[in-house]
Design a protein around this ligand. Structure first.
Ligand SMILES: *Cc1c(COP(=O)(O)O)cnc(C)c1O
Length: 391
């Protein structure tokens, strides 16, 4: 089935689906074989070669969603991140990365790269001159993530892609927070697109997977390393991810809509000191986000006013649950200062603008009125107990 002119929901629903030629069932059959006859065939199929029927089918869907020639599915987002980076970085090479990255990606770089002889520079400043200054003659890769966690800062994708091309460097993006529904980095010239499919692609908090989307030429290089590192995904989970993707655009658009409404609502509240959402006109990167995103996403952060205890607030929420992960159909919150950014230390957190009262909010698909009511009742509980303590 051709994919080039299909609309988003059609790609989500149909592209890459395997035909059930035996029973004409509505969904892809699952092929669990780890052993396939090898005589008289060109393709040697094997799960760790990323080429089982289900893997190939799902790859077509993800490539169509990111408008790339090829895609590959991994056992986790970090398997995709590590394989992509290490496929293009050898001993003696240098990589430029933006400073604000997913914690696992940051850890991969600072804990592992030295032993492979790969040097790196992080840039906190996301301007063109800052990225350009970090590039050395040894630089082979430039790596960004946008919007970034937890302050939803937006990196200029077209600027980074052009800078990379000018310097003969491979550009990579972690597109997890936006999802292919809200952002297609290939449109802005990025070479390699990475996803934690654990998040919006899976969308139901029951799958751990990753994906890379890029040209066939780059994918051949990535595949060479991927089969040696062995980070493939089981066909059972591949099938689950295919099913999840059928509703991805519907889910993400509902989350976009909810998040925008909630961001505006929170922004007006006395108990909220600040809202970080790229879809708010007050966000410093609003214009840039509008240029490169089709929707502003379901992720935001808000800082509670200093008289509200963030921990007590999270405990008082009933519908919205505290959770380390994100992007599920259910709304969740997390305190970066106590979890994802705990190890940074108080001083570094303050420098990055991550206050103790900051709450990261992954907005789900529930009715927005129910989410507002839950936040209001939690604020009331916290304020009441604060008054009781004073008395
Ligand atoms: C979760 C996440 C990852 C890592 O994905 P895993 O599936 O947990 O390995 C990478 N990048 C971003 C932005 C993420 O949110």
């Amino acid at each position: 089935m051709g994919t080039t002119h299909k609309g988003l929901n059609t790609i989500c629903t149909h592209t890459g689906q395997l035909e059930d030629t035996q029973h004409q069932g509505a969904v892809s059959p699952i092929y669990l074989s780890s052993s396939y006859a090898f005589m008289d065939v060109d393709v040697k199929r094997y799960p760790r070669y990323f080429n089982t029927p289900n893997q190939e089918g799902l790859s077509k869907k993800i490539a169509a969603l990111e408008k790339t020639e090829a895609a590959m599915i991994f056992g986790s987002g970090m398997a995709a991140v590590s394989t992509a980076l290490l496929a293009f970085l050898h001993s003696g090479d240098h990589v430029v990365l933006q400073q604000t990255l997913y914690g696992g990606t940051y850890a991969l770089v600072v804990e592992e790269f030295e032993k492979y002889g790969i040097s790196y520079t992080f840039t906190e400043d996301l301007s063109e001159s800052a990225f350009a200054k970090a590039i050395t003659p040894q630089t082979k890769v430039i790596y960004i993530e946008t919007p970034s966690n937890p302050l939803m800062k937006v990196t200029d994708i077209a600027m980074v892609a052009a800078l990379a091309k000018k310097n003969g460097i491979i550009s990579m993006i972690d597109n997890t927070f936006a999802s292919p529904v809200n952002q297609n980095p290939i449109d802005f010239g990025i070479d390699i697109i990475i996803h934690s499919a654990t998040k919006y692609m899976g969308g139901h908090s029951d799958i751990c997977a990753g994906a890379i989307a890029t040209s066939q030429e780059h994918m051949n290089k990535i595949w060479q390393l991927a089969k040696n590192l062995g980070g493939s995904l089981s066909d059972m989970t591949v099938w689950m991810l295919e099913r999840s993707l059928k509703t991805m655009a519907l889910r993400v658009k509902a989350q976009n809509k909810n998040a925008k409404k909630l961001a505006k609502w929170l922004d007006k509240k006395d108990e909220v000191a600040h809202v970080y959402y790229p879809g708010l006109k007050s966000h410093p990167d609003y214009a840039l986000a509008k240029r490169q995103m089709k929707g502003f996403g379901g992720m935001m952060s808000f800082e509670l006013a200093s008289h509200i205890d963030a921990e007590a607030f999270q405990k008082a929420l009933q519908l919205i649950k505290p959770s380390m992960s994100l992007a599920g159909v259910e709304s969740t919150v997390l305190s970066p200062a106590q979890t994802s950014h705990l190890l940074l230390g108080e001083e570094e957190r303050a420098k990055q603008g991550i206050a103790d009262g900051l709450i990261r909010f992954s907005v789900g698909i529930e009715e927005k009125e129910d989410l507002m009511a839950d936040i209001d009742q939690a604020l009331a509980v916290v304020l009441k107990s604060a008054i009781a303590q004073v008395n």
